[in-house]
Design a protein around this ligand. Sequence first.
Ligand code: SF4
Length: 447
Amino acid sequence: MVGISTFTCSRNDIHDCLRCPRIVAFKVQGLKTREVTTPRRYESSLTSYEKGAVGETIAKVAFEKMGAEKVEMKKIDEREILNQLREKLKSLENRLQNVSPETLLLELLRQDLEGMSFITEKLNEVYGSLHILGKGAIKNPFLPALGEPDFVALPSKTRIPVIIEVKNTVRTAASDTFQASFYNSLAEVSGSITLKQHYKDEKMELAPSVLLEPETQTILIYPRLGEFEICSEKTRIDNEIIEKIWKAKQLGLMGKLPYAEKTDSCKRCNYKKFCDTTIYDEIETAKPLPLIFAKGAIETGYDYNAYFLKNYIQEKLQKPGILNKYELEIQKAQLELRIKRQSKTERIQQYSDKLAVEEIKNKEAEWIAEKLNITVAEVKEALQYPKVPDTHKILEDMSAELEPWEKILGAKQIKENTATIFSLTLSINTLPKHSETLTEKAWKKWS
Ligand code: SF4
């Protein structure tokens, strides 16, 4: 069974390839250079994930309060945040021994609030207020890759969205800056930032939006340190490096290695005992599989915008809490309908109840259409849109592009991984609009 790294290109791949493409090949082969250590038991302290969750929550609260004035810690209700955190980190209660979750969370929360108070004051001088728009997804079909930073925010001074990544660590790390520069490039070079439900003018906006190839900055926030870093740098994402990565991966999967020169860094390299630079291989690089599948789907007429819309409506707008007024009415009407069917009430009565369900569904569609600023017909069409493209046709139509991969993985492996590849395609290539443009651009870059 092949791993997810066979289908995508991550920031670690770029980082490794910039050091040496052979490292990418060794890693895809699953070669381990370090001994496996026993995981640490967190019985009386928070894990890095939990510390991260605290930092992210505090940062969000502080940005929400950020205006022209300094964020006053006194005005922030610690209890409210604590409750949010306890809800978010339920497993804490079971894991911790001899120390209460509240003590640990409160200690970190106070430290973070202090840090955020200073950070927001300084950021205010650069950006004005930073209005959190919501969570954003950075989608890039060229690599292909999906980035999920903590927030996307809109500064009042520049009005150009910025990415925010919170690191609740006790020291800054070079890898954080690399992550920030990767996000910047991932969005800008044949990429996009998609915002699902987000805030606009203080209100929750339900219509999703997308920014194509935006020039952006990433702000790294360190609440515990009371520090931040504005990163405008870019990671190198061009045809040469991306092709090099894919060549290394594909050779690695075949148990081979790409050409690499012996350099001074070889002496410090963890792979040196496995590495003989006089032995190497060459292949014609194949395009990434998710991109081949995405292009194939477009050729069959599959509409990724419609897929996004269908999924979005089902996941975000038809979930309990948002539409529950309509959901409850539909459920009630359906229940009544079933009871009446069981009791064999007259057909005419059932017919009229069916109409009631239809009527409520229509109301629901009207509500969704209004919120998304589209027509009722578009909502209904999206909800009936097929969940997956015609896989058989795509495999058939794209057989020439898939041929090199058949030599690398074998046709059986490709077939077995079709569902995984499609699910990646559907997360990376679908946008609220312009999905096709982005995929076609990526395809062109590879051609
Ligand atoms: S030993 Fe040298 S050539 Fe081999 S993987 Fe390491 S850096 Fe690359």
